[in-house]
Write a protein that binds this ligand. Structure first.
Ligand SMILES: NC(=O)c1ccc[n+]([C@@H]2O[C@H](COP(=O)([O-])OP(=O)(O)OC[C@H]3O[C@@H](n4cnc5c(N)ncnc54)[C@H](OP(=O)(O)O)[C@@H]3O)[C@@H](O)[C@H]2O)c1
Length: 336
């Protein structure tokens, strides 16, 4: 089978190579998936380069621990291990796994769910990790959802004013929709050319960061979900009401920490300014995948699929998403 491999850290076009390798053999609790598509994001660019350095104990010290990049997928089950009970050959599934820039992947059954009935396999590939991150930032981080509603129910009380940076990106396009679904009054920030996209996702207001950066907003919000930029605590304090919360998700700047040092400083100093902080490192969760499936099928949330690329063009796809023109998510077609 054809896969993208990476044996060293560096720019994707230098270190990602298309190779033929043996198909993986599924264990008894795994299924073998013919991978239809896998999403590509700015995170793939950072991971290819081994950034930030502080993550290397997890990603691999000198070279990537996972030789095949890619962390989520959609595809068709072609073989099921003896102990697999919920999936069968022919099922169209989506979920997460290591090494999805490949024609086939062996994936534990518990990391997969049937794709939403109203999505194509390409659209479904644009869902798992981006949507987990957005859901967890909105629901768990921002606390928009009453604890016991368990679904897309608006929180009780007046709508909370939520500001989302990076609203046009892979995670942001979901965050806007989840925050709306949970009853927030949503303001999204993005560049001029994507304001229509963010408005079309239901944002109540859209701010162009190229003309009005965070520090010039001149208004206050209950919650800031920061998917881009790692603003200083002073900038955060200027846009939040007393007692407001900043949810740290994205990271920008510096090879060592990529902004996570600002998370830590913000978390240490926020109480002095009467602010709350919540860092969100997404966790892969089948329960959340099932929740998201229901929200997609009921039309509450939809993926935003930009361009697709053949597997062989993984490096070009990563360059494309980091160049800034992508709207939502780009995906690799792995089974062409
Ligand atoms: N904590 C976690 O578990 C987790 C999980 C997944 C991702 N992440 C992180 O979350 C962030 C967002 O991920 P993503 O996949 O959505 O990335 P993405 O698709 O590349 O989106 C990046 C977003 O940042 C915005 N942006 C770019 N330059 C900007 C600038 N100068 N000022 C303000 N906004 C700017 C973009 O807006 P325009 O395109 O409109 O310019 C876009 O909306 C990344 O930092 C990623 O590493 C964290």
């Amino acid at each position: 089978m054809r896969v993208i491999t990476q044996d060293a850290y560096g720019p994707p076009e230098k270190v990602m190579v298309l190779r033929d390798v043996d198909r993986p053999v599924p264990g008894e609790r795994d299924v073998l998936v013919r991978v239809h598509a896998a999403p590509v994001s700015g995170t793939d660019w950072h991971l290819a380069r081994g950034l930030p350095y502080v993550a290397r104990p997890i990603t691999g010290w000198r070279r990537p621990r996972s030789r095949i990049p890619g962390y989520d997928l959609s595809g068709t089950v072609v073989e099921a291990g003896a102990a697999v009970s919920t999936l069968r050959p022919g099922d169209e599934v989506y979920g997460w796994a290591a090494g999805t820039f490949a024609e086939y992947a062996a994936v534990p059954e518990k990391q997969l769910a049937p794709i939403p009935a109203n999505l194509t396999l390409e659209q479904a590939a644009a869902v798992p990790i981006a949507a987990f991150t957005a859901l967890q930032a909105v629901r768990d981080g921002a606390g928009l959802l009453a604890a016991d509603t368990g679904g897309a129910q608006p929180a009780d009380g007046p709508a909370r004013r939520v500001l989302i940076t990076g609203a046009s990106g892979g995670v942001g396009t979901y965050a806007v929709q989840f925050a709306k679904a949970y009853g927030a009054y949503v303001t999204g920030m993005c560049r001029t050319s994507k304001m229509d996209l963010v408005a079309g996702l239901g944002a109540d207001e859209v701010v162009d960061y190229t003309s009005t950066p965070l520090r010039h907003l001149g208004r206050r919000f209950d919650v800031l979900i920061d998917l881009y930029g790692n603003p200083s605590l002073a900038e955060v304090a200027r846009v939040l009401v007393p007692g407001g919360a900043v949810v740290y998700v994205g990271g920008t700047g510096g090879r060592w920490f990529m902004g996570t040092d600002r998370w830590l400083r913000g978390m240490a100093l926020a109480p002095l300014r009467r602010l709350r902080t919540r860092p969100v490192i997404h966790s892969d969760s089948r329960d959340d995948l099932v929740t998201i499936t229901g929200m997609i099928e009921s039309g509450v949330v939809r993926p935003v699929l930009d361009r697709t690329f053949p597997l062989a063009q993984a490096a070009e796809a990563i360059r494309y998403v980091t160049a800034g023109e992508v709207r939502g998510q780009a995906v690799l077609r792995c089974a062409d």
